[in-house]
Design a protein. Structure first.
Length: 476
């Protein structure tokens, strides 16, 4: 009955795909039986890769169904573009893929694989005999939570067995990171994870980099333990994963995704939060692709650089009809994001001046005023490395409200730190767009900021007047 109910649940909740996961049980001498699901491609043409998916603790059991709840459907959905075999084994109750303590901020590689992992390894040895078209140079290992620990564990034990690894919110042993430094790895974690300490992943990434590796790492601001929801819907995950081959140098993210796709967070310069919402990926890419097409026409413009407040200034060209302007705002962006796209979006159009409003999302995503200010300092330094006399107009971060995770004291501190960091630069001009809009509490006014974050037409008109005065003073 338990198995029947689980199967019915999956049938009603999961979308229909051409290929379905077949229930199986692997038995072999001297190991415990291993229930697993097998997904086969619709067509068997040439050598076919294999994905090994390890579920989390909540999907343990003996129904041979629960392990398909998270993550596994992504590979089913991707069969049209990325045909592959997938095995999704199920770990028994009270066992683990790796016998480690998840509650600790560190992991030590156990002396031996767990009993469930031993059964999995035996299954991997047996599969090529049944499926001779399986490409042993394209075996990919991934898992979430408990499965993330299992992924790190097996990668460190058998670095020559897998073509790439995708551990999600797990942890490995940094002491063994050098073994897998050259292996393509893309790992994920939410910075509000209360079940598995984020330092588990951060420490592994640091250890891999120290050993000469170049792992990809996506850290999701404000996301808790369920970072797998984001990870397995990353638009570039499957293209990147299936590009990797055992024994070959890792294929870079940019080579797979192109120059305008948003890279994983550790590929950005500096520190601080990067906007990591899946919704942001398409926006980032589409706007940057359009700007690349507009680059010739935008040469010598005054560039408005920022986030949604800048992007949302729909009347920008009309409001500054006497000046050539170019909008380079991306809704949701942060100081670190701007720093990462500065060359292509701004410097390549050889701007006459740059007007910057950035930093509110750093605070909204839990970043510090200190790091955001350092990033603004770095943005100015990069602009002036290209042209020391380039006029840079810093618009002070506008007021908002604690209800938007943007309390007045943090925004005011950010503005003060930026003033202190670049205020002595003779090519920098400040527009006090904080005081311009703040009420007696230092917060946004609803008649100018209806959602207490973005200005309305009256707010933009007020900001335009302040910028007109600054531009006129600079002779722009």
């Amino acid at each position: 009955m338990k198995l029947l109910l689980s199967l019915l649940f999956l049938a009603f909740c999961a979308p229909a795909y051409a290929a379905e996961y077949e229930p199986r049980v692997f038995n072999a001498p001297d190991i415990q039986p291993l229930p697993y699901r097998l997904l086969q491609p619709d067509k068997h043409e040439g050598k076919i890769p294999l994905v090994v998916f390890l579920h989390g603790a909540g999907e343990r059991g003996d129904d041979n169904a629960a392990q398909l709840r998270h993550g596994a459907p992504s590979f089913q959905k991707g069969q049209d573009k990325f045909p592959c075999y997938v095995i999704a084994p199920q770990c028994p109750n009270n066992q683990k893929w790796a016998d480690v303590d998840w509650s600790k901020p560190f992991t030590v590689l156990p002396a031996e694989p767990s009993p469930s992992a031993k059964s999995l390894l035996a299954l991997l040895d047996a599969l090529p005999k049944e499926f001779p078209d399986l490409d042993l140079d394209r075996v990919y290992l991934t898992g979430l939570s408990m499965g993330g620990f299992g992924t790190w564990d097996l990668l460190e034990r058998f670095p020559d067995r897998f073509a790439a690894g995708v551990p999600v919110c797990g942890g490995g042993d940094p002491a063994h990171a050098a073994k897998i430094a050259k292996l393509p790895i893309w790992t994920f974690h939410g910075d509000k994870d209360g079940a598995v300490a984020i330092v588990q992943t951060r420490n592994m990434v640091a250890a891999l980099e120290a050993a000469g590796g170049h792992p990809l790492y996506s850290e999701y601001p404000t996301v808790g333990h369920s970072s797998w929801t984001n990870a397995y819907t990353e638009p570039e995950l499957l293209p990147w994963l299936f590009a990797q081959r055992r024994g070959q140098a890792p294929v870079s993210f940019e080579k797979v995704a192109g120059p305008y796709a948003q890279p994983p967070s550790n590929q950005f310069p500096a520190t601080g939060p990067v906007q990591e919402g899946i919704w942001f990926r398409g926006l980032w890419q589409s706007r940057r692709e359009q700007w690349a097409k507009d680059a010739a026409a935008d040469q010598g413009a005054i560039v408005f650089l920022g986030d949604s407040i800048t992007q949302g200034w729909d009347s920008l060209a009309k409001d500054f009809a006497g000046r050539k302007v170019a909008n380079r705002g991306i809704s949701g962006d942060t100081t670190r994001g701007v720093l990462g796209r500065l060359k292509g979006d701004v410097l390549d159009v050889h701007p006459k001046a740059v007007s910057i409003l950035i930093g509110t999302n750093d605070i909204g995503l839990g970043g510090t005023s200190e790091i955001a200010a350092e990033n603004v300092k770095a943005i100015v330094a990069e602009l002036h490395k290209s042209d020391p006399k380039l006029p840079v107009i810093i618009n002070k971060v506008m007021p908002s409200t604690p209800a938007k995770a943007r309390p007045a004291d943090k925004l005011q501190k950010l503005n003060e730190l930026v003033q202190a960091a670049v205020g002595s630069d003779p090519a920098v001009t400040f527009v006090d767009s904080y005081t311009l809009f703040a009420n007696e509490k230092g917060e946004a006014k609803a008649d100018e900021f209806p959602d207490l974050l973005h200005p309305n037409a009256a707010g933009y008109a007020k900001w335009k007047a302040a910028l007109d005065a600054a531009f006129s003073k600079l002779g722009l």
